[in-house]
Design a binder for this molecule. Structure first.
Ligand SMILES: NC(=O)c1ccc[n+]([C@@H]2O[C@H](COP(=O)([O-])OP(=O)(O)OC[C@H]3O[C@@H](n4cnc5c(N)ncnc54)[C@H](OP(=O)(O)O)[C@@H]3O)[C@@H](O)[C@H]2O)c1
Length: 296
């Protein structure tokens, strides 16, 4: 059977940390249609049909979202429109037109009270407005389009910057305190790796539907994540010396408006089974990222 590997891929949230990486990674191999907020505003779900009416695409990836937990806490109505209502409409539209729809979600759908790895069957029970809006988005997407894929990701880092590696590096260079939370756990994950996994999911693994956890392998606290970032920055010549971090607790951050779920470490066993190989550990993926920062 002949498979067409070159796809017309629309990417919403193309200015974001993940969406920007997807655009750059796919640009040479697919016909990429980046979609910014000026073209499609998810805060106005009723305009989606008109905005996408003339589109010529085969795959739609929604990496757009209102991602700040504290902003969502302040404006849960906007969070619901952007993170739930619009993705649900998009899913329905894609189903009508026969387009593959991939929607990005988050480990923040979990309450984070346990200490066991969370697979796709684990109960979602969000503790803040961001998590609730994202969970509503998952349900809206899968109810409107059961063939859609909802991919949950966590603690992103990659070429677009803006993640923990850049924060830790900037703080070390500025001589600022290096205290990081050590009672919150998740899985740092490379946006470049996610781009590769997603590409399989819209080329040869097109039958995969429902929930799927897309994360590197392992577990980290914010402090682990910061410490390994600083150690790798030193090894790759981005810092002249080693910088030790200190630990602090979630309760030391009373300025957080939204509650943070403490333990949201996802299992990537389903992904590993689909790929036929285990995703790299987050440390290996982060090493690649720091090496690429050093080459800039
Ligand atoms: N970052 C993480 O560590 C993390 C962790 C777990 C899950 N996720 C999930 O991963 C996905 C991508 O996250 P990210 O970190 O790449 O997000 P991001 O960097 O905050 O980017 C969000 C994107 O959404 C767009 N957007 C926001 N409001 C919009 C609106 N009303 N209409 C149209 N576009 C809008 C933004 O456009 P503007 O540039 O115009 O604002 C931007 O392109 C999201 O679903 C997020 O929930 C991220």
């Amino acid at each position: 059977m002949q498979t067409n590997w070159n796809k017309k891929v629309m990417i919403l949230g193309s200015s974001g940390r993940l969406g920007g990486t997807l655009v750059n990674q796919y640009d040479q191999r697919h016909q990429v249609i980046p979609c910014r907020r000026v073209e499609v505003d998810l805060n106005q779900p009723e305009t989606l049909e008109a905005a996408l009416a003339g589109a010529d695409v085969e795959v739609v990836i929604n990496a757009a979202a209102l991602t700040s937990p504290d902003v969502c806490e302040d404006d849960p109505e906007q969070a619901r429109r952007v993170n739930a209502d619009s993705p649900g409409r998009m899913a329905a539209l894609c189903r009508q037109r026969g387009w593959r729809f991939i929607h990005l979600s988050t480990d923040y759908v979990f309450a984070g009270q346990g200490s066991a790895l969370l697979d796709e069957t684990a109960e979602a029970h969000p503790v803040n407005a961001y998590g609730r809006s994202k969970r509503e988005g998952e349900l809206a997407v899968l109810s409107a389009n059961p063939e859609a894929l909802v991919a949950r990701v966590s603690w992103l880092f990659g070429p677009q910057g803006g993640g923990m590696p850049e924060t830790a590096l900037q703080r070390a260079r500025a001589g600022q305190p290096l205290a990081f939370i050590e009672d919150k756990w998740s899985v740092p994950t490379s946006t470049v790796d996610i781009a590769q996994w997603l590409e399989r999911l819209f080329t040869d693994l097109t039958g995969v539907q429902g929930l799927l956890h897309l994360c590197n392998t392992g577990v980290a606290t914010w402090r682990d994540y910061a410490q390994v970032s600083l150690d790798l920055a030193h090894r790759h010549g981005l810092l002249e010396r080693a910088y030790p971090t200190q630990g602090c607790r979630l309760r030391d951050f009373p300025a957080f408006k939204a509650a943070r779920p403490p333990f949201t470490v996802m299992s990537n066993a389903r992904l590993a089974w689909l790929l036929g190989m285990s995703p790299d550990t987050w440390q290996v993926a982060l090493d690649r990222h720091m090496a690429s920062l050093a080459q800039r």
